[in-house]
Design a protein around this ligand. Structure first.
Ligand code: ADP
Length: 391
């Protein structure tokens, strides 16, 4: 018997979509999916995960575990993910048995490994910093002793890093190396960090969101603010978008790809890394674009025409991070005051407990001018604080 296509299931309100992991990105994807009556399933080990209060069916389990991922995949019509750290053999088996997995597990396997990612850019003549691969910190030390490697350099663990964890700037022998198989990259003299999110469907239609500019907190390495559009020359903006399209096509990937770039002090664009899923740098799209990144992902993986990436408003996005010195039941100080500011959109992630630097939510601040949005963002930054409840 011919099984129903995804579109037939979507059109009869009977589509079951599985999302691996139920963090905030999963939550936001579910919120979009529910507008189309898609039945959602989330696999996450944490019963208090962000997606828990919006998902149709929560499944407790570890996304790195073969059996958990395999059994989860068997329950749904289409499977996607909101993080990279997923058990690939389970995905491969599900794919071989006919499950629709988007993006493809082969793409995920390549992107999971920063070493393979860098080799891919080199093979396709895509601009990225020079690099070498090492099996261990001892191998790096040996290369330094032999004069094959010199300070400063950036060491990145090939697997498992995120939000700056697993990345170290090594400028002298005093700085301790990370332990594990690593990519070592030339240190780029960064002027700006930008990102472009691109979507592609199975008909090879591609669409990019405009480039955004990201600023990072020096202590935590977490994104602090995102501006859209980025302050770039037309040439740089066009180049970033065309590189994003080149990468998604070279990967032959269906889905959503966030591409992070460096603009160096000479104005050259270099690819830093990619993520095959919704991304922090696209949070603003929910409020500032005609199509959000999550809706674009659904369109792409369900084989629908892609949505317009027309900008409705300029925006600044602030991550709402737990304040230092505050731990326990959360209290969002200044919520009411921020609601009095026009164009302020607060998103909370459903995390009941705060701790220092935990990503608890984000705020998108909209205006017809970026300067005005920035002005309001500064007020929000000084007003809205993630604290713990007073005892
Ligand atoms: P993660 O996957 O954890 O976000 P990234 O590869 O994006 O890690 O690196 C985290 C940060 O480290 C970047 O945002 C950038 O500021 C800095 N960084 C990474 N690679 C380089 C490099 N080659 N040169 C200079 N700085 C870098």
């Amino acid at each position: 018997m011919q099984s129903k296509t995804l579109i037939e299931k979507l059109s009869t309100s009977s589509l079951k979509m599985g999302i691996i992991a139920g963090g905030q990105l999963g939550k936001m994807l579910i919120q979009e999916a529910s507008r189309w009556d898609i039945e959602t399933y989330v696999l996450d080990p944490d019963e208090a995960c962000s997606a828990r209060n919006v998902v149709s069916f929560y499944v407790k389990g570890d996304f790195r575990d073969f059996d958990a991922v395999y059994a989860f995949g068997k329950q749904v019509d289409i499977l996607t993910f909101e993080l990279e750290d997923v058990n690939i053999p389970a995905l491969q088996k599900l794919k071989a048995e006919g499950l629709n997995i988007a993006p493809d597990p082969d793409v995920l396997a390549l992107i999971q490994d920063k070493g393979l990612q860098k080799a891919f850019y080199a093979k396709h003549h895509l601009p990225s910093s020079n690099f070498a691969l090492y099996e261990s910190s001892d191998a790096i030390k040996e290369a330094i002793t032999k004069g094959e490697l010199s300070y400063p350099f950036v060491q990145k663990l090939r697997k498992g890093g995120y939000d700056g964890r697993g990345v170290a700037l090594i400028h002298s022998p005093d700085k301790e190396l990370l332990e594990g198989a690593s990519v070592v990259e030339t240190k780029v003299a960064i002027d700006k960090e930008i990102a472009v999110i691109v979507a592609r469907n199975s008909a090879d239609e591609v669409r990019c969101f405009p480039a955004v500019e990201m600023t990072f907190d020096e202590q935590t390495n977490l994104v602090e603010e995102i501006f859209c559009p980025a302050n770039l020359t037309t040439e740089q903006a066009t180049k970033a978008q065309s590189l994003a399209i080149e990468i998604i096509r070279a990967l032959d990937m269906v889905g959503l790809l966030a591409v992070e770039f460096f603009i160096d002090q000479e104005g050259q664009i270099l690819i830093n890394e990619v993520a095959p899923r919704p991304h922090n740098s696209g949070h603003h799209t929910i409020d500032s674009m005609l199509t959000s990144q999550h809706k674009q992902l659904l369109r792409a993986i369900l084989g629908l025409p892609l949505g317009t990436t027309e900008v409705l408003k300029k925006s600044v996005m602030l991550n709402l991070l737990g304040e230092t010195g505050h731990e326990g039941a959360v209290f969002y100080e200044g919520f009411e005051a921020c609601m009095a500011i026009e164009g302020v959109k607060i998103h909370l992630y459903g995390k009941k407990e705060t701790r220092p630097s935990r990503k608890m939510g984000h705020v998108t601040i909209l205006s017809s001018s970026l300067e005005h949005a920035q002005h309001k963002a500064n007020i929000v930054k000084n007003t809205l604080k993630v604290k713990s409840c007073k005892q």
